[in-house]
Design a binder for this molecule. Sequence first.
Ligand code: PLP
Length: 444
Amino acid sequence: LLQTETAAYAAANPRSRALHEEGTNLFGQVPMTWMRMWAGGFPLGFEAAKGNRVTDLDGHELVDLALGDTGAMAGHSPDPTLAAIRRRAQDLGGLTTMLPTADAQWVAAELTRRFTVPRWSFTLSATDANRWAVRLARLVTGRSKILVFGHCYHGSVDETFALPGPDGTTVSRPGNVAPPVPLDLTTRAATWNDLESVEEQLRHGDVAAVLTEPALTNIGIVLPEDGFMSGLRELATRYGALLMIDETHSFSAGWGGATTAWGLQPDVVVIGKSIGGGVPIGAYGLSEELAADVMRRTESGDADIVDVGGVGGTLAGNALSLAAARATLGEVLTREAFERMERLATDFTAGVQDAIDAQDLPWSVSRLGARAEYRFASPAPRTGAESAAAADDELDAYLHLALVNRGYLMTPFHNMALMCPTTSEADVAGHTAVFAEVTAALRG
Ligand code: PLP
């Protein structure tokens, strides 16, 4: 089956293939190095995208369920965002000034309404936001380490490429550079859904912040069990560490991300990707108390080194990003849009589950608001390691290609589908029919 789909993909996409072959020696042809391993041997090159549709170089229009790995959760080039970009770039001008705009204030106030923490700073990506917030966590706690969970992903932040090792140790994981950045001074790793493993690490008293998503989303969706997130809050407070919630992907959980949907109480919230409607932006928000602490330390000079150089950037908070974010949050990713997207994702999940049941496959499907993902394991994995063990490269490749060949683009490798404001009921029903067909073919 995989061979048939691979041959069909190659035959249908000569221009995408040529683009890839001409560019294979070029860095930067794909945004991340692992994307060179695209199913079928080459990625689709794209010509145009609007809403939840992508037109590839060979002229096929696909229903986009990958949506830039959530970067386009607002849909591609939403009209209000385009209008704001045009106004800023064409009419007002001033793309980089290092001066504040009223848009920045509006977006900060909106993020406060949505994610509860009130003191926001802007960056160019979620990776930057994590990096800079970690620096502040070190400043206020006087500690160097962060605690992360095995199989987490928070961007290309050196300290996070870690796994829990034997006997409470922390070891490097694929993704770290070689030779690996030594983690002894920077990182402790624990196991998702295992509060004992978290406490074992926090007990050393050297962790500045627990950095976590509300659900793991980069190794399939691994949801928190009841009491896990509140347990993390309690343990972080007890051991003097900050709780940093990275909502970059879990923004799909609702208008105010999982923070508001689940009533979480973070000290820091990190967000990025979709809030700019496709224009690069990230942000981190601090609790009132934490922001006051940072200000006090930087103003009074009571730490050894207080000028927090390297937090912030020349293009961070630029006028274009903030204009786009204002329009995207204000007019596209609204409460109503989230309600609709979540309803569609519920239908999507039900369709996938029906196909799994019909073929009696040992798979599961999990949902995080507007986003759904299936794993080749049932029941759904509880930890990052369990979810990693459920990976199957051949199945991934088959499903990815079979769906692309039939007009549906999902995120390769982790079988993720996301709804955006222009995804329709018909798109979801179409996917359900195709998914039923390609899983039935597996049973042959
Ligand atoms: N945080 C999480 C949870 C992510 O999944 C990612 C990227 O996938 C990032 C941060 C980094 O985002 P970016 O690559 O846009 O900086």
